[in-house]
Design a protein. Structure first.
Lengths: 318, 272
């Protein structure tokens, strides 16, 4: 009886009685959600265009952040380091296309997936070799990202918003908006959707798959770098970040592997729900359900909508 | 064919094509397409028609196939090693069997993908879209529909229109009649003829529908088991007894009953 009360009544009573706390939790959820959405976006981009589930996406997040911090540690000015990190993601995209994707064209998806696992460990090794394995602090201030927090007095209490979180949400929004425009309005974006839809048709009209793959991996690399900076600023830059990136999996299950809006909304759902679950239901089982709740949610979802909320419409002509 | 001294726009010389390093599909195919010509490759399923076209456009490579012998020349230059996108840039584009419209793009976006390799600016491209719409008025009506939802005939038009958007000198047209009503097939071929006359596009088409293909093509090659077994002017092929019997389904003098067929089976002369 007490357990049922704890599950079904008490959390909602608390939400009602302390709305300021609820707002705080929702904000935390929103920020995590935007970052999950960004990571998921990286997966979706690559999956759409090259049909590869890129296991190395998480490590690309770390690798991007690591090269930024590492270059700064070597004495490169912050903004130059940022530009160089973007360039590094470009080189990475180019090499992946040349060394992994091109030789493996037309192979089974599982083989490409295995190749990305290899890429994953290669990048871990390379990152450790160049920049060292110990956790590093993100160069937040040097990049001009805001510090500290705003405290709002509202709803009979305080809500505190970290400025870096606000910046993360805004940057994520800009990136997503930019990508959406890029996909829908430009020549390359159109070609990219064509490749996602029908490789052969795209090839036959003269779209170069290699070029599209490079662009997509580069875009995913930039998204990874942005995620790495934001996430690194909230905790620190270490290889453990790539585990966080795997939270994108439940996001993808929710949102569908091929849908950009799905990645965004799925990310937000996961963000909100894990924070709410942690704060209101966590204490019932001793806390820290945050780490597994998204996977649980995804499992429930799989029962009802295996193609995800926004999985690409399957066009079926009758 | 090139007896008028002109170099043909396309010349294939004795090519062999292999899939997966082992399966020999083309065993020495040679053919030519004269400038502004319409040439048909005829033959049954598995004869090698599609492979021939894909060998030219080099879409073969994406299916783990390759040309291992012989040469392919387009406008006098060797093209066996070129990427499809380089080839499209030089003016040779393939319309694949089964249309392959990009389903989740609108008709107009499909047309725009055809202009991917062009560098001559938006004005020229939108002018060409209007040109495509004059040939295919139905596409204009459906311009904002997703290509996955339009009819088979409209998809074929969309695929040909998309190829036109690359401003080609030559279109490799694979099985345009597939799955279409006879009236629609005629309509498509009429447009092919007009494109050939007015836009001066050469066509190499692979067809199973021998009847309609020989009506519109000027020259034909018959492929069997990866070899050219016969070629000639379309008119001559139409009159050939073997072609009549095996590809046009017309019996020699009078219609045969099934009873007779059992006794007598005409042997293809080229197998002898």
């Amino acid at each position: 009886m007490e357990l049922l009360y704890g599950i079904f009544v008490d959390p909602f009573v608390q939400m009602w009685e302390f709305p300021d706390l609820l707002v705080q939790v929702l904000w935390e959820g929103f920020v995590s959600g935007t970052l999950y959405a960004l990571i998921a976006l990286g997966f979706v981009l690559i999956f759409k265009a090259s049909g590869v589930f890129n296991f190395a996406q998480g490590i690309m997040v770390v690798f991007g952040a690591l090269s930024l911090v590492g270059l700064y540690a070597f004495g490169v000015p912050a903004y130059l380091a940022l530009i160089l990190s973007i360039a590094i993601m470009g080189v990475l995209a180019y090499s992946v296309e040349r060394v992994v994707l091109r030789p493996l064209v037309n192979q089974e998806p599982i083989i490409l997936f295995m190749a990305t696992i290899g890429l994953n460990y290669f990048l871990i090794g390379l990152g450790e070799m160049i920049f060292g394995g110990e956790p590093k602090t993100m160069i937040t201030e040097e990049l001009g990202l805001p510090k500290g927090a705003w405290d709002f007095e509202m709803l009979g209490g305080f809500v505190s918003i970290q400025r870096i979180d606000a910046a993360a949400a805004i940057i994520a929004g800009i990136l997503v908006g930019g990508l959406a425009i890029f996909f829908n309005k430009t020549r390359i974006g159109r070609a990219l959707r064509a490749v996602a839809d029908d490789h052969q048709a795209a090839l036959s009209v003269g779209i170069s798959l290699n070029q599209i793959w490079r662009i997509v991996w580069f875009a995913a690399g930039i998204v990874a770098l942005a995620t790495g900076i934001m996430w690194g600023a909230r905790s620190d830059v270490s290889f453990a970040l790539s585990i966080v990136a795997l939270k994108a999996l439940p996001v993808l299950i929710l949102g569908g592997f091929t849908s950009i809006p799905g990645a965004i909304i799925g990310g937000l759902i996961i963000g909100f729900s894990e924070k709410l679950a942690e704060f209101y239901w966590g204490p019932l089982v001793g806390g820290s359900i945050e780490s597994w709740f998204p996977y649980f949610l995804a499992l429930i979802f799989l029962w009802f909508r295996p193609q995800g909320l926004f999985g690409e419409k399957i066009i079926d002509r009758v | 064919m090139s007896d008028n001294g002109q170099t043909p726009v396309l010349r294939i010389n004795n090519i062999e094509a292999i899939y997966d390093h082992v399966i020999l599909v083309l065993k020495g195919v040679s053919l030519e397409v004269p400038e502004k010509g319409i040439v048909a490759i005829l033959g049954a399923n598995g004869a090698g028609k599609t492979t021939t076209l894909k060998a030219i456009s080099n879409l073969l490579h994406a299916e783990r196939g390759e040309v291992t012998k012989g040469s392919i020349e387009f406008k006098g230059e060797r093209i066996e090693k070129l990427n499809p996108n380089e080839l499209v840039r030089r003016g040779c584009i393939q319309v694949m069997e089964g249309r392959h419209c990009i389903e989740h793009l609108t008709v107009e976006e499909n047309l725009l993908t055809g202009a991917f390799t062009r560098k001559d600016g938006r004005g020229a491209i939108s002018a060409d879209i209007e040109l495509v719409y004059t040939y295919f008025p139905r596409l204009k009506e459906r311009r904002t529909s997703l290509a996955g939802y339009i009819s088979g005939g409209e998809q074929q038009m969309c695929a040909i229109g998309r190829a036109l958007m690359s401003r080609p000198d030559m279109i490799l047209l694979d099985e345009p009649s597939m799955g279409l009503a006879p009236q629609l097939v005629e309509e498509i071929f009429e447009i092919v003829k007009r494109l050939n006359e007015q836009e001066e596009v050469s066509f190499l088409l692979a067809e199973q529908n021998t009847n309609v293909a020989l009506k519109y093509a000027k020259y034909g090659y018959i492929l069997e088991n990866g070899r050219v077994v016969m070629d000639g002017d379309a008119a001559a092929l139409r009159e050939n007894e073997d072609v009549k019997e095996f590809y046009l389904g017309i019996a020699g003098d009078n219609r045969k009953s099934f009873k007779e067929v059992k006794h007598y089976k005409r042997r293809k002369r080229w197998l002898a």
